[in-house]
Design a protein around this ligand. Sequence first.
Ligand SMILES: [Mn+2]
Length: 349
Amino acid sequence: MADLSKFDINSAANPNNNIFGLPFSEEEARVVILPIPWEVTVSYGAGTARSAEHIFKASLQIDLFDAEMPDAWKQGYYMRPINPKILLKSDFLRKEAELYIDFISKEQVVEENTFMCKSLKDINEGSAYLNQWVYEQTAELLRKDKLVGILGGDHSTPLGYWKAIGEKYGDFGILQIDAHCDLRDAYQGFKYSHASVAYNGIKEIPQLSRIVQVGIRDFSQSEWEFICNSNYRVVAFKDRDIKTRLYEGETWKSICDDIVKALPEKVYISFDIDGLDPKLCPNTGTPVHGGFDNQQINYLIRQIIRSGRQVVGFDLVEVGISELSWDSNVAARELWHLCNFMVVSNPVS
Ligand SMILES: [Mn+2]
């Protein structure tokens, strides 16, 4: 255990310490945050590959005292350094993807252009490489009984972690906070697109028994049909339906009760920041108006824990970067709550 006798939670954060200004090494920390600087397939705004370092900086401003969970952090939180090779690979493939997206937007035929065929192959192989890398990193951490959170990057990044979660915990469900379903089959030709992560999870991870999507407000007909034909393996709580119930006098608690009931015992939280109201994340890759206040989501997670369900892991993805660091400020605070919630949900036996 780290020696906390000289650590004062009331003083300003020491920038030489790790995330949230905490003094833990990876060995000492129970929670390890793995940053994944990757945004090869983003289709609208870019920047999320570099958000982890901004979130790290913003995290130093957070007040560590949480009256609700005052001791959680004492179990140790640690963020790994950003892997420069992964970032470099993302930047390189992103350039190829931009040319490719521009090419298909002009309705040109990929099969007739060998350069574009090669680009698509490189991008799909690079994404498969990333998934394997994430799987190996997270599986190793889970073997050491760490609690793991992923910090994206775009929403394609956690797929390898979901596989490792399935192998460690068996059947589990995902609570997906998102404006989008991410149920597209190879969006724009990219097999491991950010817009396909839920589809790939369902197809590739047998232990993933259900995805419960909350906040959905921008989706295609094929995604909607996928949900309707999924035999409840994907359940969607659409933003419009949630808001209608609220406008007609139902409480957020009763809606959360329904969301919690739809989840199995082991719950993984996949938090796409664009599920929130874009006033909280204006620079996210694919913003859509509508969505939630941060306290609504924190209340929902609290209700999941109160129900006795176990939060086995999380990812926080699609955080944009901005001059005034507003997006990373919000994300750092949500990351803090996610770490606290995960620790409280996994008492040391
Ligand atoms: Mn998403």
